[in-house]
Design a protein around this ligand. Structure first.
Ligand SMILES: NC(=O)c1ccc[n+]([C@@H]2O[C@H](COP(=O)([O-])OP(=O)(O)OC[C@H]3O[C@@H](n4cnc5c(N)ncnc54)[C@H](O)[C@@H]3O)[C@@H](O)[C@H]2O)c1
Length: 475
């Protein structure tokens, strides 16, 4: 794992250096020589000087973070309430497609990594990093139950000198207004007895150019001591740290990043619909605009927004803004447009079938890709789920294929009870329409188009396909 890491890190660093205009980061970031610091600590320091980092929530965020801490020479004690996650990780099995089990096994074998359900161990680590879910309630308001429960449990075992850091995405004010009073139920006082910070995770599963260690990390502390302690701890895992003056600034920075994506994606989604009416290909337009070397950043349209972050996090801010009597119009509008995209895709499918003298009702439709983005196995908030429901509502007979998701599982809003269909030329030909919802790299799009009657492409995945273009409808 170490050798592989060196090469991927080197490549990622190169890309990061080249691609980013990180003047701002350079100015404010505390560049840390992570490996050197860790090496010095592990070789010259006594074993007891190596920090024990507790990570609460061993999911998409917690596990990659744990891996980086282990690689940096720290010890990690993971906490999770899911017994299956705990037992798999302790056996060296990764629950995530993009984190190889061999990495987890190596971490376990070094004896520097263990995961437990026993929350009475929470007093042991030097720092507790919280990476539990922060979804929305049915009324689209922040659902803070996981953060609250975690803090309630921590408050029972919190000890003097410990550092508690929230990593979960949330609204500005969470650390001080919500976490601090719960943690102080322990009888200990923040700033005096224990330390508190916020440091948002910027994990991007499936991104081959960056990994947790090479993504600069923003850190805000409750006070100076808390910030300093958090920076020292994160040096074991992260190459570049970006300290800010408060927890609120760090919380707001994360929401800004996600709102920026949400709003810009909504804009290109809207332009996609307009340009389509005008007979202009939005993808060609974006490629052309992207050649401008400054002042433009490309965002791409799609079938809707997916994932645990972009469709959700901006609404944490909307909710908070209401307390200040201020509407967040950009966010609301972006939400409206993005939420409407699956309806647009279904309408385009209906029109395309109409052109083939077929009705959507009774037609067989195959949705290609269930994950919310390419090359990952995460279906949370995936627009494919909504597409399947809408198509079914209109009377279509729908199947799906996703190499990463063999079957669907019950979600908060969906219980599709479907299994991924095996792709063969014969089965493709049976469908009246094949709808590309996720542009996984594994698909051979030439082959898909060649063997399909009609292809609805929401991702421009068929851009390079030359034969059979008449069968392709962009949506
Ligand atoms: N997934 C991403 O790419 C990503 C990126 C950036 C930020 N985030 C944010 O990070 C946070 C975590 O997201 P995730 O994707 O890792 O979630 P996840 O669902 O993959 O993992 C969360 C883990 O926390 C565990 N958990 C829940 N309650 C717990 C408790 N009380 N004590 C201990 N463990 C508990 C769950 O069993 C689960 O294993 C969220 O706020 C999310 O918005 C996620």
């Amino acid at each position: 794992m170490a050798a592989k890491k060196k090469t991927t890190k080197k490549a990622a660093k190169k890309t990061a250096k080249k691609k980013t205009t990180k003047k701002a980061v350079k100015k404010t970031a505390k560049k840390t020589t992570r490996k050197k610091a860790a090496k010095k600590k592990t070789t010259s320091a006594k074993k007891s000087d190596v920090p024990l980092v507790g990570i609460v929530g061993m999911g998409y965020v917690g596990l990659p973070l744990a891996r980086e801490f282990c690689l940096g020479g720290a010890k990690v004690l993971g906490f999770d309430v899911n017994p299956k996650t705990v037992s798999n990780l302790n056996k060296g099995k990764s629950p995530l497609k993009h984190i190889p089990s061999s990495d987890v096994k190596e971490m376990v074998d070094t004896k520097n990594f263990k995961v437990t359900e026993k929350m009475n161990q929470l007093g042991k680590p030097d720092a507790l990093l919280i990476a539990v879910p922060t979804p929305l309630t049915e009324n689209r308001e922040p659902d803070m139950q996981f953060v609250e429960k975690t803090c309630e449990t921590i408050s029972k075992y919190l000890r003097k000198g410990q550092l508690v850091v929230l990593e979960s995405t949330t609204y500005p004010g969470t650390t001080k207004e919500l976490m601090l009073p719960i943690l102080e139920k322990s009888g200990l006082k923040a700033g005096r007895d224990f330390h508190l910070a916020y440091s948002p995770e910027r994990e991007d599963p499936g991104n081959k150019s960056f990994r947790t260690a090479t993504i600069p990390k923003v850190v805000g502390g409750y006070d100076k001591k808390s910030l300093d302690m958090a920076v020292e701890i994160y040096k074991y895992a992260i190459d570049t740290l970006v300290p800010v003056k408060s927890c609120e600034a760090a919380e707001a920075a994360k929401i800004l990043e996600n709102t920026y994506r949400c709003v810009n994606i909504a804009m290109v989604n809207e332009l996609k619909m307009l340009f389509d009416r005008m007979g202009i290909d939005v993808w060609e337009v974006i490629h052309a605009a992207s050649t401008k070397p400054f002042g433009y950043k490309a965002f791409y349209p799609g079938p809707g927004l997916g994932g645990h972050c972009i469709p959700i996090d901006p609404f944490y801010l909307t909710w908070k803004a209401r307390q200040y009597g201020m509407p967040t119009r950009f966010i609301e509008l972006a939400g409206e447009i993005n939420t409407d995209m699956p309806h647009y895709v279904v309408m385009r499918t209906l029109e395309a079938l109409n052109d083939h003298k077929k009705s959507l009702k009774g037609s067989k439709v195959l949705v290609l890709g269930l994950a919310y983005k390419k090359d990952i196995d995460d279906v949370r908030e995936s627009p494919s789920l909504e597409l399947i429901e809408l198509l079914r509502e209109k009377g279509a007979r729908v199947d799906y294929n996703d190499p990463y998701i063999p079957q669907t599982h019950k979600q908060r809003d969906y219980d599709l009870q479907m299994k991924s269909k095996k792709l063969t030329p014969k089965m493709l030909q049976k469908y009246d329409a094949v709808l590309i919802s996720t542009d996984h790299s594994e698909y051979d799009y030439n082959w898909v188009v060649e063997n399909s009657q009609l292809v609805i492409d929401t991702r421009n995945a068929t851009e390079k396909v030359r034969k059979g273009r008449k069968k392709i409808v962009k949506a």
